[in-house]
Write a protein that binds this ligand. Sequence first.
Ligand code: FAQ
Length: 318
Amino acid sequence: MSDKVVSMPNEERFQARIDAEEKIEPKDWMPEKYRQNLIRQISQHAHSEVIGEQPEGNWITRAPSLERKAILLAKVQDEAGHGLYLYAAAETLGITREELIERLHTGASKYASIFNYPSLTWADVGAIGWLVDSAAIVNQVSLQNTSYGPYARAMVRICKEESFHQRQGYNIMMTLMQGNEQQRAMAQDALNRWWWPSLMMFGPHDGESAHSAQSMKWKIKRRSNDDLRQQYVDQAVQQALAIGLEVPDPDLVWNESRGHYDFGEIDWAEFERVINGNGPCNRQRLAHHVKAHEEGAWVREAMAAYDAKRGKPTVDVA
Ligand code: FAQ
């Protein structure tokens, strides 16, 4: 019997399980392309959480009060935790942490484009928490129902934590908008710079999205890029208006018949530049990660030595 004939019933059974909303677990049979697609998406997601610590981490030493500093520290630490859950979920698919980090460092694996923009003022910490975490939540709430069990379960906890992050960011923006003219201008400037990159977080238009059709069929993705982006715009515009901020989009208008905001076109040339390594901070972000990883080698070695002494298998902590 040919390999093709043997694999057909498996593929059909697999799709039937997906259609019946069953979760796929690590030891279950799955098509190799499903496995590879999940490794790609989950690892990109994990890298985003970890690289995403950098723009906000930049402000920990300069937070305007002890309270703001403690909150920001906790938030950035949470993002590291999200990276951990997601790397662990990816590892259940038979890839090591070391390989995942190697793919990040060589550029074989992407991370969210938004983290390649600089955080220039304290208001950027507010804009990141508000906009980037909002966008992340809109996407991740739908991923709580993704078909791969370990990914879906990781999303539940991550969404709870991102809600707190979103509120702390919005609270910073609200506080600035209640301040003096200079503080309000700082908040508006941060929105002007982060608005369009936050819309890019949802990826290309549905018709241009390379992975969407298959990912939707396998229920890895539950909602399309454009559908999620629209929900995000509808929410964020209302939140901006509520605190007196102006969304930097001349084409933004409420469309009564659609029940949604119409909005302008993303600069897709900029998106392509950033995801292909040529955004304002791509090199800086990767170089920082490589340096931190190299400096942490002794921790990995110490843990491996400790485990070896106790006769336990080495945990991969790359
Ligand atoms: N940036 O065919 P599609 C966070 C790539 S977590 C970079 O549509 P797909 C928390 C895409 O990978 C934020 N690359 O791809 C936080 C593919 O390239 P590839 C991260 C992008 O996978 C907050 C190509 O373009 N969240 O922020 C982007 O079906 C604050 C074609 O695109 C997730 O990762 C982009 N924006 O849909 C942390 C959620 N968009 O891989 C710190 C999970 C597209 O073939 C501070 N991921 N690309 O080389 C997803 O939902 C999906 O992967 C999408 C993209 C929707 C991002």
